[in-house]
Write a protein that binds this ligand. Sequence first.
Ligand SMILES: NC(=O)c1ccc[n+]([C@@H]2O[C@H](COP(=O)([O-])OP(=O)(O)OC[C@H]3O[C@@H](n4cnc5c(N)ncnc54)[C@H](OP(=O)(O)O)[C@@H]3O)[C@@H](O)[C@H]2O)c1
Length: 340
Amino acid sequence: MASAEVIRIAINGYGRIGRCVLRALYESDHHPAMQVVAINEPADLATIAHLTKYDSTHGRFPATVEIDGSHLLINDDVIAVSHHESLDNVDWSVSQPHIVLECTGHYTLEAELQMHLAAGADKVLLSQPGMAPIKPIVMGLNQQLLSSQQPILSAASCTSNCITPVIAVLNRCFTIESGVITTIHSAMNDQPVIDAYHHTDLRKTRAAGQSIIPVDTELASGIGRILPDMADKFEARALRVPTINVSAMELSIVVADKASVETVNNALREAALGDLIGILGYSDEPLASCDYNHDARSGIVDAGQTRVSGRIINVLVWFDNEWAYANRMLDVASHWLQKQ
Ligand SMILES: NC(=O)c1ccc[n+]([C@@H]2O[C@H](COP(=O)([O-])OP(=O)(O)OC[C@H]3O[C@@H](n4cnc5c(N)ncnc54)[C@H](OP(=O)(O)O)[C@@H]3O)[C@@H](O)[C@H]2O)c1
């Protein structure tokens, strides 16, 4: 693409992440250099417009949202909306996006995602880890892997974006031998309000607002794909809790080198102010999860919660699982397309 050309984005699946991506675009420096030109989402256009305008988590969208025929109008920007439920029917030949942000949560195979290319898109960025050979990209860690040759990449998971920068910093300073991670994650749309069928993970059949629910997670294997020297060093579990946004990760590691609360916090603060600025945050304020709502940083270390016992380091890292991730998808898309 020519350097002055607007980057044309399509969003497939306009749910929590899809809508956050659109809203984050208008709050970021990426607009108007990047524009959403098409959305495919099964819901009807009136509902799409309503949920773009009003959001229980992120508040009212400070833009004009209107409908014109089959288009969504955001301020002066025109977005073509289609309502296909299957990738077989998606057609990007008119909108010709430079990139599709695949945000349905349903497709992780390269063969499936190639259908976006066949439908007229140049590239696909997946909003979750993909099956090999789809590479995960985490801003601040491995964005140098972005190349113009690869048409399909993943922005990894929100949890990988939160914790792998912290792991990289602590390994650099203290040499990690092994670790266990617990994610304390807000509820998501794959959980029912009241007990229901429709999920392969039996615990996810249980009412989201009623319980702390352990769920399956692929985080441990995902870490090795992003930080190869950390492969097989971690175990992970995840708990869903009855809040609607913002999550936390508790990282426990055994290290080779001597550490203290002060040296751990100093290393993380230095990285947050240095090479990981905007990606990693550092806070010594006594905050709760709601204070991190709408925070665009991938993870924020809660310095007052750092604990060290012998060679065990334990840190707590907060993240807005929706907003931070949506911003990282835009960052990856922007870096990637500037490589053209
Ligand atoms: N929410 C988070 O915090 C978060 C953070 C990082 C990554 N992610 C990942 O992002 C993905 C989406 O999560 P989400 O929370 O945004 O889920 P969501 O709110 O359920 O959004 C998914 C949307 O895609 C629609 N959809 C389903 N099948 C479709 C299809 N074939 N074509 C077009 N649209 C389709 C869904 O419609 P229906 O409801 O009608 O099926 C829904 O509106 C998941 O892989 C998730 O792991 C989520």
